[in-house]
Design a protein around this ligand. Structure first.
Ligand SMILES: [Mn+2]
Length: 244
């Protein structure tokens, strides 16, 4: 029997071009720690082959929020309303995502993360929700972010439904873009009250989930957010024990 080992989760850092800084919001790390993992912030600029070496120690990947994704990645012209992309992340994250998939390592995408997963699976995005999607629902809330501002319907027979055992949940919402056309390999597992796709998963993988809301801002006071992080960490942990 392999002894229980905490899984190591590789976390993609954020980038601030005005400060020319690679940075991290503590909620991503603390949320993962609370869920039983050892989070590790990955470099943004290492050589590709060096990520292969790092990957030997990593059991799951967290794709964090951040910049709008370059529309080039889904074959569209960038509109004026699209935010400026982050070249380093747009370059690195597809590589890491494919590496994780090859090994069937768990992947959780949050905000930009769900958008990234969707684009890499062949889907498209709304480049600018305010001008492209008419709604009364608040998707770009003001702080504090540890409160819920809209609800989502959870699709029955989805792993999110299996996890939470209910067909609605309330979420926080802080996003400029969103899934427009879901990628081919993905299934939708939650839709906001105004019809936007807010969570997807890949049914043929152990755990590839994307959520449009922000569990890292709200996990301290929200059971559903904690359960999602815990599930991700738990499945990452079974990957670790298998190879131990
Ligand atoms: Mn939303």
């Amino acid at each position: 029997m392999a002894e229980e080992k905490k899984p190591v989760i590789g976390v993609i850092p954020l980038y601030d071009e005005t400060k020319e800084s690679i940075w991290m919001l503590p909620g991503y790390l603390e949320g993962l720690q609370t869920a039983g993992a050892i989070p590790v912030v990955l470099p943004l600029t290492a050589a590709k082959e060096d990520y292969v070496r790092l990957d030997e120690q990593i059991d799951g990947y967290l794709f964090t929020g951040g910049h709008d994704i370059s529309p080039e990645l889904y074959g569209e012209e960038k509109k004026k309303t699209c935010g400026s992309p982050c070249g380093m992340r747009d370059e690195l994250e597809p590589y890491l995502y494919r590496m994780a998939l090859t090994e069937d390592k768990p992947v959780l995408g949050i905000c930009r993360g769900i958008q990234l997963i969707n684009v890499l699976e062949g889907g498209t995005l709304y480049q600018d929700l305010p001008t492209e999607y008419e709604t009364d629902v608040e998707h770009h809330m003001e702080p504090p972010y540890d409160r819920t501002v809209h609800s989502v319907d959870i699709i029955s027979e989805s792993p999110l439904y299996d996890l939470l055992g209910k067909s609605h949940m309330d979420v926080n919402s802080y996003h400029h873009q969103a899934v427009k056309t879901p990628g081919n390999g993905l299934k939708v597992m939650a839709v906001s009250e105004d019809g936007l796709v807010e969570a997807v998963y890949r049914p043929d993988k152990k755990f590839v989930w994307g959520v449009q809301w922000h569990p890292e801002f709200i996990y301290k006071r929200n059971d559903d957010a904690r359960k999602i992080l815990r599930k991700f960490v738990e499945i990452s942990s079974t990957c670790r024990n298998r190879t131990a």
